[in-house]
Write a protein that binds this ligand. Structure first.
Ligand SMILES: [Zn+2]
Length: 185
């Protein structure tokens, strides 16, 4: 491993520890030439299935595209960046566990929609209706910018759809809301 300061290839490991969930090993190294210290990470190469697009072309799974799409979907919603990143990780993991070399983009799309639904109802509704007309997550993600450029119209559309209630929301058992009564004492 080349030293980032002097480009020497000679170094020694001064510390080595496992990442939080055992998914990586972090090594602290010291350059034998300039004594500069730097860190390297070792991790298992992730094998993700290729995505079969609607037109039959294959392309690599693009985690950044999914993340950016989720970011746009959750714009101005109380969802942290950390939650979005975790969601993308979950999507990746689910798709990986299918053990397939190739998956249709619709499968990616459904996975994204499902996670989005759990994450935020408004963000879900914002995109579910539009997504259904695309049926191709990559195409859909590229179109998001245009969809969001017309904010006023979009907000009106969202309200219209929200009153209809998406099907999945009805499946959930709705807990009766607790009434907050002033305590007599
Ligand atoms: Zn060095």
């Amino acid at each position: 491993m080349r030293c980032p300061y002097c480009s020497s290839l000679e170094n020694k490991v001064v510390d080595s520890r496992m990442g939080k969930e055992g998914e990586s090993i972090r090594r602290r190294r010291e350059c034998l030439k300039c004594v500069g210290r730097f860190t390297t990470y070792e991790r298992v190469e992730e094998v993700l299935p290729s995505v079969i697009k609607k037109d039959g072309r294959r392309e690599p799974f693009d985690r950044l595209k999914i993340l950016n799409g989720l970011k746009k979907a959750c714009e101005k919603r109380p969802i942290s960046m950390e939650m979005l990143e975790r969601t993308v990780e979950e999507i990746e993991k689910t798709l990986q566990e299918k053990g397939l070399k190739e998956i249709p983009s619709t499968m990616v799309g459904e996975e994204v929609m499902e996670r989005l639904h759990k994450l935020d109802e408004v963000a879900y509704v914002r995109f579910a209706s539009v997504y259904r007309s695309f049926r191709d997550i990559n195409e859909f993600m590229s179109e998001l910018k245009d969809i969001l450029s017309n904010k006023d119209k979009e907000m009106k559309d969202v309200k219209d759809v929200v009153t209809e209630k998406p099907q999945k929301a009805e499946e959930k058992k709705q807990k009766p809301e607790k009434l907050l009564l002033p305590l007599d004492s």
